[in-house]
Design a protein around this ligand. Structure first.
Ligand SMILES: Cc1cc2nc3c(=O)[nH]c(=O)nc-3n(C[C@H](O)[C@H](O)[C@H](O)COP(=O)(O)O)c2cc1C
Length: 305
């Protein structure tokens, strides 16, 4: 699965991944559920993303919210707009982004007793959650499993860091392995998969039903194909340079068609560049980041050899 990444896995990026490496499942960026009762629970922009599939691949619409009625209404709106699969974000660690929702929901897990069954009744397709191992305690997940099971969710995506940990340290997939053993729910392992060897090791050692790839896939989209054994597990620098030229060149074209003006195109490209491993081409990446026009960006791309 391609991970939801706010500001990164926008429609253009998803479309490129679908055409190129075709993840088995893709996610929208999180859709913020509005708490005001009047008007729509979701923004018009988010509603445009509400679909059951893109290019024939299931698209999961992810909601971030904290209150049962608002979440249910948002799920209903998303489904009226065309969404089929819904996911609840219980992992975002940034209070600024989530104010009581996302990872902060793990501070009041009792609220999930109401929210999850209510969402389950409202969602016709799959309902899943994406969560951290706990708020402060990486063992918290174990106390949540009975609740997740009785609520009838279809699968869970586990990023085994705590919320307070944000992105420090490493994802501890020993927790994933224990969760897999303790629940009958399919568990998707997420966090720190950067190479095919690492992903295959995590699958083997945890028994997880699948992997979700975030930063590793943004840095190397072919990671999907490497995991499937359809692209070499290791890549020579020249091949990586050619891959990056294709990848960023495609995004220049796709963003160029979506956004109006160089400033927006460049801002979106920079958002992606921040997650791409630049080892081997520090100068070219510096020029890419500093490019003042799309033309200068395209010229800097040619230096990636
Ligand atoms: C820039 C950025 C944006 C993210 N946005 C979301 C999001 O919208 N929803 C979500 O559930 N997780 C979000 N995440 C978390 C990722 O989906 C994923 O769980 C996390 O990065 C760990 O996986 P990785 O090591 O493969 O990147 C985001 C992560 C990053 C780095």
């Amino acid at each position: 699965m391609l991970a939801p990444m706010q500001g990164v896995t926008k429609r253009d990026v998803r479309a490129l991944f679908l055409a190129w490496v075709r993840p088995d499942v893709i996610f929208t960026e999180f859709m913020r559920v509005r708490s005001t009762a009047s008007g729509s629970r979701l923004s018009a922009q988010d509603l445009r993303e509400a679909q059951g599939a893109e290019q024939g691949v299931p698209l999961v619409a992810q909601l971030i919210g904290r209150e049962s009625v608002a979440l249910v209404e948002a799920a209903q709106e998303a489904q009226r707009g065309g969404a089929m699969h819904l996911n609840l974000n219980l992992g975002c660690p940034f209070a600024r982004m989530s104010s009581g929702s996302g990872g902060q929901m793990l501070q009041r897990p009792e609220a999930l007793r109401e929210i999850l069954p209510a969402l389950r009744s409202a969602v016709g397709g799959t309902l899943s959650v994406k969560l951290r191992a706990g708020n402060e305690d990486p063992e918290q997940i174990f106390s949540l499993l009975p609740l997740l099971e009785s609520a009838g969710i279809d699968f869970l995506v586990l990023h085994p860091r705590t919320v307070v940990q944000e992105y420090e340290g490493a994802a501890d997939h020993r927790v994933t392995a224990r969760v897999v053993r303790q629940t009958r729910l399919p568990v998707i392992a997420n966090g720190d998969v950067r190479t095919a060897a690492e992903g295959l090791r995590i699958l083997r050692e945890t028994g997880a039903a699948g992997l979700m790839l975030g930063r590793g896939a943004i840095s190397d989209p072919l990671l999907f194909e490497r995991l499937r054994g359809k692209a070499p597990a290791e890549v020579a620098p020249q091949e990586r340079a050619a891959m990056l030229r294709y990848y960023l060149g495609e995004l220049v074209a796709r963003y160029g068609a979506t956004f109006c003006g160089d400033a927006q195109v460049l801002a979106n490209l920079r958002g992606l560049l921040a997650h791409i491993d630049e080892a081997g081409w520090p100068q070219a990446f510096k020029r890419l980041r500093r490019a003042k026009s799309v033309r200068a960006f395209a010229a800097a791309l040619e230096e990636l050899v």
